[in-house]
Design a protein around this ligand. Structure first.
Ligand code: UDP
Ligand code: MG
Length: 328
């Protein structure tokens, strides 16, 4: 391994059905790698590592072709689609024994590779984690911007510490990767896990671009699912809310009972029917919501108890894993 002066960098790129955009962006990552190496900031043994997340289109053949053309490109393929978070983790865990730092980035050109210089500089200055943070969301629609920003605020309010406007574009040092490997959870939310690992960190701003080609795999429904997963994987605050809410409802119910008794004693029982019905409906609704949230946690415990593998690699490009002295 190289010293801190000239670290081996692996750029880890998850790809799912990206045949339109990959041929456009792959050279951009390689150029960035080469310019960083030419500037002496990273080792010439640095690589671009694609993680095919069980794509159904030509993504994997494209990655294999790239790897055959240029030894700087490496690829691994998951045995099926497991989602963005698992794909990134698969790449990071595969890379961690071969490099000093990784930078994870989307393959669609939305994250500006230009920010990598500042990320590597921050690492050379002693940071172990560098978060890429979107400086503006001008290219996003109002709806995407609003939902995404609400997402970060909601996560923080619910007790999952995340860096505002940071997605999965980040630099991690080997040390952090080794510690991250000890987090054995199956429900992955890397944005929440990395801050838990700790170490010195900083942020680097970048402009979020539009997708160069192809279309997003993150519609609102998936974003909501990710937010919900993020909260329930990282925080038990919703359970505390339920307890607090339960106490409140119980108090209100207690007052309701006194009121109902008073009504009965005064002989107005029939007129109380509507309000009783309302209370029953309301309370049973609240109970169902609470049961659902508790069920969500139990479901997560169930999945964690199974301790299934978090990724399964089915193929690797011929040049992976690299041999010592493979430097190009
Ligand atoms: N991705 C993945 N597996 C999935 C969905 C997405 O590996 O199941 C990758 C995708 O190829 C891209 C990144 O995750 O590199 C982000 O996805 P996308 O651009 O669709 O999301 P958005 O940027 O619109 O939120
Ligand atoms: Mg994208």
């Amino acid at each position: 391994m190289m010293t801190k002066q000239s670290p081996v960098l692996y750029i880890v790129i998850p790809c799912y059905n990206e045949q339109e955009v990959l041929p456009l962006t792959a050279p951009l990552f390689l150029q960035k790698l080469q310019s960083l190496a030419a500037a002496g900031k990273i080792s010439p043994e640095s690589r671009v590592l694609f993680v095919n997340d069980g794509s159904k289109d030509d993504t994997w053949p494209i990655i294999e072709r790239l790897a055959a053309q240029d030894a700087h490109y490496l690829g691994i393929s998951q045995s099926r689609n497991r989602g963005h978070q698992n794909a990134v983790l698969a790449g990071l865990m595969e890379a961690k024994d071969h490099c000093d730092i990784t930078i994870s980035i989307d393959c669609d050109g939305q994250d500006d590779p230009g920010a990598m210089d500042a990320m590597v500089d921050a690492y050379l200055d002693g940071c172990e984690v560098v978060y890429g943070v979107r400086s503006s969301r001008d290219t996003d629609t109002f709806f995407k911007r609003f939902t995404a920003e609400t997402f970060y605020k909601l996560l923080n309010a619910m007790g999952a510490e995340v860096v505002f406007n940071h997605a999965d574009y980040r630099l991690l040092s080997r040390r952090v990767l080794q510690e991250l490997a000890k987090f054995k959870e199956v429900n992955l939310f890397l944005r929440g896990m990395v801050p838990l690992v700790g170490f010195k960190s900083t942020t680097v701003p970048y402009e979020r671009q539009e997708r160069l080609a192809g279309k997003s795999h993150y519609p609102l429904s998936k974003m909501l699912a990710l937010a919900f997963d993020g909260i329930t994987s990282l925080s038990v605050r919703p359970i505390r809310f339920i307890t607090g809410f339960g106490v409140l409802v119980a108090l209100v119910s207690f007052l309701g009972v006194i009121w109902a008794l008073a009504q009965a004693l005064l002989g107005h029982t029939v007129s109380g029917w509507a309000s009783m019905t309302c209370i029953i409906c309301f309370v049973s609704g609240v109970q169902l919501i609470c049961l659902g949230i508790i069920g969500e946690y139990i479901g997560k415990i169930y999945m964690e108890a199974k301790a299934r593998p978090r990724y399964i690699i089915s193929a690797r490009t011929a040049n992976w894993p690299p041999q010592e002295g493979d430097g190009v």
